[in-house]
Ligand binder design. Structure first.
Ligand code: FES
Length: 335
């Protein structure tokens, strides 16, 4: 079977891919580290340039690779397959220089139900380890069979623990295990920090859109902003299917007291709440903001929410490079 040679321009490193492999799969198989996340065209973490050579780009989410990205010569390596030898230049984000991911053992410190289907998990890190991350990033649990499950960190980076919010996924092997069998004090392996969902320096007002447990990384960012006495104006849109899906409401009320510029807009899809707006959470944003030109949007939740929010908000004037997202993919492929 023919293979194609992929050369990384800046380092001169080379690896080979089969025609059936993506660029990312070929790099991983050759032990070459490139940034990646979902491996499914949804998160944008594997974005990078192809300097020369032909390749085929499979289906992806437009929030992960925008028209501006494509114009700038970028592709998603997890969805791109070489059709001849390529020269590429990965986009190694600054965050990876500062906070490079590592594999660590962790102990489950506590498991607490936050509502009918969300579990809060605190993980204790080894005493001698320093684990630094940027608010908004995520970790992956490494399972016995090598598969992984990604969860955003919900706490500010100053803490010595990791806090996660896990929603019970129907038929989901890992979350069923967490809800039914996982024991406090048990030891597991994680890798992190990973991901590029973090607050960008700017003076612009921020719209946070949190769908379900997409609240977790936004909680991390807001708590970090409180710790850093950040003065930016914040609109927190929090969407759930029905009222019983909200959790940590008191904490949000506490934030409103601490952060003067915070406006909170809870939204329920089923319309059966007296305290929340009705409909899709990103529609509430569109109703409230006729002009999105001078705003940054940070959106986290199910891939459908992220994709629809990206399409509709950019249609309403939000520049596509001011939309930052973390789309949950529920069962990533094996690595
Ligand atoms: S790893 Fe390629 S888009 Fe997520």
């Amino acid at each position: 079977m023919p293979t194609y040679k992929i050369k990384i321009q800046s380092s001169g490193l080379e690896f080979h891919v089969k025609p059936s492999q993506t660029i990312l799969e070929g790099a991983i198989a050759s032990g070459i580290t490139l940034p990646y996340g979902c491996q499914d065209g949804a998160c944008g973490s594997c974005k990078g340039k192809v300097i020369s050579g032909k390749y085929f780009l499979n289906e992806y989410q437009s929030s992960a690779l925008t028209d501006s990205d494509i114009k700038a010569g970028n592709t998603l390596y997890c969805k791109s397959m070489a059709q001849e030898d390529l020269v590429i230049e990965p986009n190694i984000p600054e965050v990876y220089d500062q906070y490079s991911p590592k594999v660590l053992p962790v102990k489950v410190e506590s498991l607490t139900r936050l509502n009918h289907d969300v579990m809060q998990m605190f993980l204790k890190l080894p005493a001698k380890e320093t684990f630094r991350f940027k608010a908004g990033q995520y970790i992956e649990f490494i399972m016995g069979d090598g598969s992984r499950r990604a969860f955003s960190m919900a706490n500010a980076p100053l803490d010595s623990m990791i806090e996660l919010h896990l929603r019970l996924i129907e038929g989901g092997k890992f979350t069923s295990f967490v809800f039914n069998e996982m024991k406090e004090k048990s030891i597991h392996r994680i890798e992190g920090p990973i991901g590029q969902f973090y607050l960008r320096d700017s003076e612009k007002p921020i719209i946070f859109i949190a769908g379900g447990t997409g609240f977790a990384p936004i909680k991390s960012i807001i708590e970090d902003m409180i710790a850093n006495k950040n003065k930016r104006k914040i609109y927190l849109y929090r969407g759930v299917r029905s009222e019983k899906d909200f959790y940590m409401n008191e904490l949000v009320n506490d934030w409103i007291k601490k952060l003067e510029g915070l406006t909170y807009i809870p939204v329920v899809e089923d319309g059966l709440s007296e305290d929340a707006r009705s409909g899709y959470v990103h529609h509430a944003v569109l109703e409230d903001f006729k002009n999105l030109n001078d705003i940054q949007v940070y959106c986290c939740g199910a891939p459908g929410l992220v994709e629809n929010a990206f399409k509709d908000l950019t249609k309403s004037g939000l520049p596509d490079d001011q939309f930052f997202a973390d789309a949950f993919t529920f069962a990533p492929k094996k690595k």
